[in-house]
Design a binder for this molecule. Structure first.
Ligand SMILES: C[S@@+](CC[C@H](N)C(=O)[O-])C[C@H]1O[C@@H](n2cnc3c(N)ncnc32)[C@H](O)[C@@H]1O
Length: 360
């Protein structure tokens, strides 16, 4: 087993340089071990939430369907497969129809239980009657809601013993399922925003975002605008109201965020992008970039991701263009932004949030 797990070299491919962060966890190892111990291997295996490709690499010979939630995940899995001279995986996303119904699924349970439910709904609706779903989580992340969700879709939901502080939830005998339409609906500025489960801030528009929206400064000359980390698209949409003739680009790393933003903002001048960096844009492209930037991913907090994005923003802004960014006061983005931009002003500040305007 130990040898099996060290068979491939798996690296993190993300914007972070933090060596203390690992490319897989004991929960991923538990999933792999369980699969490797199966006497009868399934025909159509689905793998969910395999962040950097640990499972994709080790189980590539079963040509699994890897359900991708993020562009960064897709890039990392491609890179790890290539680095290990592997190929042969199928990619899908949480909204895909599968070519073949799954008869087995491995799920690393995501932090968002709404997204977990969305995964189970996709599996339950596109699997054989005897499908088995093995879900893994770190014991410290257990919540009784996990079991409740699982039992909505499966008659049998058994927990395993803990192994290296990870635990499994094994689901069998799927119930007759219907599509529940697991969408959230939020209202801001008298407009409804729809979003899929797992997309940032599902109960209400995030308070930091609201603070940013109250203080955004636009100029008539802002003709090319980027909403970076757009989530459901609320920032891009509010900017469009101020700048109806501008070309608005919205980018997010998460599939379901981009799919949500597409529901909320459309038009000839609106462009949606699924990506985790700005490399698709030329240097000196934008007049204005606005963002409530990401600083955590699942359970990890990582300020290096927004800092890497700020550096990219600088290069993609035109001379005189501005980055307007909101942050929690304790993150102290100002020190970092001043190393990148010649001019950084505090536009607004309260006890919790600060909005900065950074001019190139
Ligand atoms: C704090 S949320 C803001 C979402 C939305 N703009 C709002 O205000 O409600 C940050 C967003 O950035 C996205 N994200 C994370 N890493 C990213 C990256 N490297 N590139 C682009 N988007 C990213 C997340 O999926 C999330 O939707």
């Amino acid at each position: 087993m130990e040898n099996q797990q060290k068979k491939y070299k798996i690296e993190r491919y993300d914007l972070s340089k933090d060596n203390s962060l690992r490319p897989w966890s004991a929960a991923d190892e538990y999933l792999l071990q369980t699969f490797q111990e199966l006497e009868n291997k399934p025909t159509h295996l689905g793998i969910y939430n395999d962040r950097f490709g640990f499972l994709a690499c080790h189980l590539h010979s079963f040509t699994p369907t890897i359900v991708l939630t993020h562009k960064s995940q897709e890039k990392a899995i491609h890179a790890n497969l290539a680095a290990n001279q592997l190929s042969l995986v199928n990619f899908a996303d949480p909204l895909s129809s599968f070519d073949n119904p799954l008869d087995f699924a491995l799920v690393k349970i995501p932090k968002s239980l709404g997204l977990f439910e969305f995964f189970l709904e996709q599996i339950a609706n596109q699997s054989t009657d005897d499908v088995t779903v093995v879900c893994a989580f770190m014991t410290r992340h257990f919540s009784p809601r996990l079991l409740e969700i699982a039992q909505e879709y499966f008659e049998v939901a058994e927990q395993s013993k803990a192994l290296k502080k990870a635990r499994l939830l094994i689901l069998k005998q799927k119930k007759k399922t219907v599509k529940k339409g697991l969408m959230h609906s939020l209202t801001y500025n008298e407009q409804e925003y729809k979003q899929y489960p797992g997309v940032f801030s599902s109960e209400h528009i995030d308070y930091a975002t609201q603070f940013l929206l109250e203080h955004i400064e636009t100029k008539e000359t802002d003709q090319k605008v980027l909403d970076l980390g757009a989530g459901n698209g609320v920032i891009g949409n509010e900017i469009r109201k101020k700048l109806p003739n501008a070309e608005i680009h919205l980018m997010d790393d998460a599939h379901l965020a981009v799919a949500s933003a597409k529901l909320n903002i459309q038009g000839d001048q609106v462009h949606h992008h699924l990506d985790n960096d700005l490399s698709i844009f030329d240097e000196n492209t934008f007049d204005l970039i606005v963002t409530n930037p990401p600083f955590h991913f699942e359970y990890e907090i990582n300020i290096q991701v927004p800092l890497a994005l700020f550096r990219e923003c600088f290069r993609r802004l035109k001379k005189g263009g501005s980055l307007q960014v909101v942050g929690n006061t304790h993150l102290n983005y100002k020190t970092h932004l001043q190393r990148i931009f010649p001019s950084v002003q505090v536009v607004a500040e309260d006890k919790k949030f600060v909005v900065y305007q950074c001019v190139k």
